[in-house]
Design a protein around this ligand. Structure first.
Ligand code: DSN
Length: 413
């Protein structure tokens, strides 16, 4: 970054600081990951200069010979990974992708069935503070005491409210969904089915979880979580909805696509098609299972009874009398980054909830395996149990940095 260093030392310094933070810190935010240097190069490429409203072969501005190449490759690779009939790689991120789908498939006032936020759902699945919740009528379903979705209740709610859209997907739910049951309920009430796979897209791409794309009418995702691509979104759908989705993306909701992101998505999809990505996806699940076992052994209560994917949701307040915020702050002090999180029907508030969410995709990218996860679980326990003991926290921090240094990232940056 020699030009940046000379021209804008303040920004250069912040980027170097962030690089060091990522290199030395233990990243356990379930939705984060480390992209490859090739993905970073595509992101920082001259495609950032180009306007390309429209779609390959049908653009509004000239000079599209290379934008069309990268966008077509991104689409083809996504189709190959997920077996999708139609793909739109232009959504800027996951929230816009979801809003585009609502816009494409619904009329104002239509009813949508989505998962409750405190039960692991996502803000854009109808939380009252969001724009979609002001436009559409969201009805929420929850999980049962055993942590599974109550499909019988889901069916009853669907029969009662006759939604136009049934939404599956989550940002903190840790269990595998029954795709066939969603499809059957959708069919029974004549609803379109949509699955937001943002969190688990990489696990599906790596064949560590079954592929839901054949079962749902529409599937949205981000590209930067387990899929390990650039910050961005994507919509996959059945041919029947292709035109509506494309029109709702542009000109309906977005302007020009960010072709530097599209190029980086193509690079990441190329990586996801490699055999090594399958090993990565499988290792994520193995690591999460070890985390589940170790945290349980250390006296933590895991929500939903454990995990089938890349993350766990822990009731730290119920387990150790330490709030989610206190745990997040203490863990930050030792260089372990994660987020406080609501647990189902949390009696506390979102800024200081009862839980923390812990995910292993980023540390797995670094090459950490079962042995390292055992250590991480112990540090989490020791940090939370000693959250006011700064001396102890400093000792743990040294150990965390030492382990991260043994699993380096971005050596060539
Ligand atoms: N913020 C993302 C997450 O952490 O799950 C979802 O949008």
């Amino acid at each position: 970054m020699k030009n940046l260093k000379k021209q804008d030392p303040q920004i250069h310094k912040a980027i170097i600081g962030e690089l060091k933070r990522q290199q030395e810190g233990m990243e356990l935010i379930a939705s984060e990951n480390y992209v490859s240097e090739a993905v970073l190069e595509a992101l920082g490429s001259v495609f950032t200069n180009k306007y390309s409203e429209g779609y390959p072969g049908q653009r509004y501005y000239g000079g599209q010979e290379y934008t069309d190449v990268v966008e077509k490759i991104a689409i083809d690779r996504a189709k190959k990974i997920f077996g999708a009939q139609h793909v739109n790689v232009q959504p800027h991120s996951g929230a816009p992708a979801n809003i585009i789908c609502y816009f494409a498939l619904l009329k104002p006032g239509d009813t949508v069935l989505g998962m409750d936020l405190s039960h692991g759902g996502h803000l854009t699945h109808g939380h009252p503070v969001t724009l979609p919740a002001k436009i559409y009528n969201f009805v929420r379903y929850k999980t049962k005491a055993d942590g599974k979705i109550d499909y019988k209740e889901l069916e009853e709610i669907a029969v009662k409210h006759k939604p136009k859209l049934i939404l599956a997907g989550f940002s903190a739910y840790t269990r595998q969904l029954d795709y066939k049951k969603f499809r059957a309920i959708g069919k029974k009430v004549g609803a379109i089915t949509m699955f937001d796979i943002a969190h688990i897209a990489g696990l599906i791409a790596g064949k560590a979880l079954p592929n839901p794309v054949p079962y749902f009418d529409v599937v949205t995702t981000t590209t930067h979580k387990t899929l390990r691509g650039p910050r961005g979104g994507m919509i996959m759908c059945k041919k029947k909805y292709a035109q509506a989705i494309d029109k709702a993306t542009f000109p309906g909701f977005q302007g020009g696509p960010h072709e530097n992101n599209v190029a980086a998505k193509a690079v990441a999809f190329g990586e996801a098609l490699k055999p090594s990505f399958r090993l990565y996806a499988k290792q994520i699940i193995k690591n999460a299972k070890v985390l589940e076992k170790e945290l349980t052994k250390h006296g933590f209560k895991l929500m939903f009874g454990g995990t089938d994917n890349h993350m766990v949701l822990v009731d730290v307040f119920g387990s150790k009398g330490v709030t989610g915020k206190e745990a997040e702050v203490a863990l930050d002090k030792v260089g372990i980054t994660l987020n406080k999180n609501m647990i189902p029907d949390d009696s506390r508030n979102p800024m200081d909830p009862s839980g923390i969410r812990i995910g292993v995709p980023a540390v797995t990218t670094r090459g950490m395996k079962e042995k390292e996860i055992v250590k991480i679980a112990k540090w989490i326990k020791d940090t939370i149990e000693n959250h006011r003991n700064n001396k102890k926290l400093k000792e743990i921090k040294k150990e965390v940095i030492a382990l991260c240094k043994r699993f380096p990232i971005y050596k060539n940056l």
